[in-house]
Design a protein around this ligand. Structure first.
Ligand SMILES: NC(=O)CC[C@H](N)C(=O)O
Length: 238
């Protein structure tokens, strides 16, 4: 349409690239896939999509994009990460509770190397097997027009935030699942309990300056691009 539309890149190494490109276009941006440093240089902001943060870490190295993206972020480029993208934008990454407690920071040689654009501690695959994937409606600070429908897929959550980080949405405490009639209490599996505790009041969307992150996938909800529109506004404001 016009030159006033910001150009927003979507990191296109793996994951839900097409959905983000479409949501950004609907949200008022010119959206471009980014696979090479030269493509990164031409965008005003960048979306890091969902997928697998370990795989994306490897691909960022292979495509020689880790350092250029880190530098742009350090220089104030607006960014939005969903799910695995949120993991990559964090400062420290914890593994899921079933694995070793892999506390990793931006300087360690680990399977997930975060870009450290957000002062948060992120736990991968945090919701446990019972709620591996789920959908819910969330109040989202700064987004009008009612709750945002949120799709969580093997989602991370944010365990700690720095003082400059604004919490935009949390998952409400889960209702404990009543045991089925006639079912032995002892037959209830561990993950039921663990999942209920983990999802209680946990942080699933944050903003720090020009960086936005959600543990869920708004790009998968057709007909509602309010989160992407919010990011387009953030890019315009920079
Ligand atoms: N839907 C997703 O992006 C899943 C994220 C994935 N579990 C990870 O840790 O990278």
């Amino acid at each position: 349409m016009t030159t006033t539309q910001p150009v927003i890149g979507v990191l296109a190494l793996q994951g839900g690239v097409a959905e983000h490109l479409a949501a950004l276009e609907r949200g008022g941006a010119v959206a471009e896939p980014v696979r090479r440093p030269e493509e990164l240089a031409g965008v005003h902001g960048l979306v890091l999509p969902g997928g697998e943060s370990t795989t994306m870490t490897r691909l960022l190295d292979t495509f020689e994009l880790f350092e250029p993206i880190r530098e742009r972020l350090a220089a104030g480029m607006p960014a939005y990460g969903s799910c695995a993208g949120m993991v990559l934008l964090g400062s420290r990454v914890l593994d899921d509770r079933s694995g070793q407690d892999g506390l990793r920071d931006a300087s360690s040689a680990a399977s997930v190397r975060p870009l450290a654009a957000l002062d948060v501690v992120v736990r991968r695959n945090a919701f446990g097997r019972q709620v591996d994937s789920f959908e819910t409606d969330l109040d989202f600070e700064g987004i009008d027009g009612g709750p945002v429908h949120a799709v969580f897929i093997r989602a991370p959550l944010i365990e700690k935030v720095g003082s400059d980080v604004q919490v935009l949405a949390t998952v409400a405490p889960a209702e404990p699942t009543p045991p089925e009639r006639g079912r032995q209490e002892s037959s209830r599996s561990e993950p039921d309990v663990a999942a209920a505790e983990t999802s209680a009041g946990t942080i699933v969307a944050v903003r720090q300056g020009p960086v936005l992150a959600t543990a869920f996938h708004p790009e998968l909800v057709g007909g509602d691009e309010r989160v992407h529109r919010q990011f387009v506004h953030m890019v315009r404001a920079c």
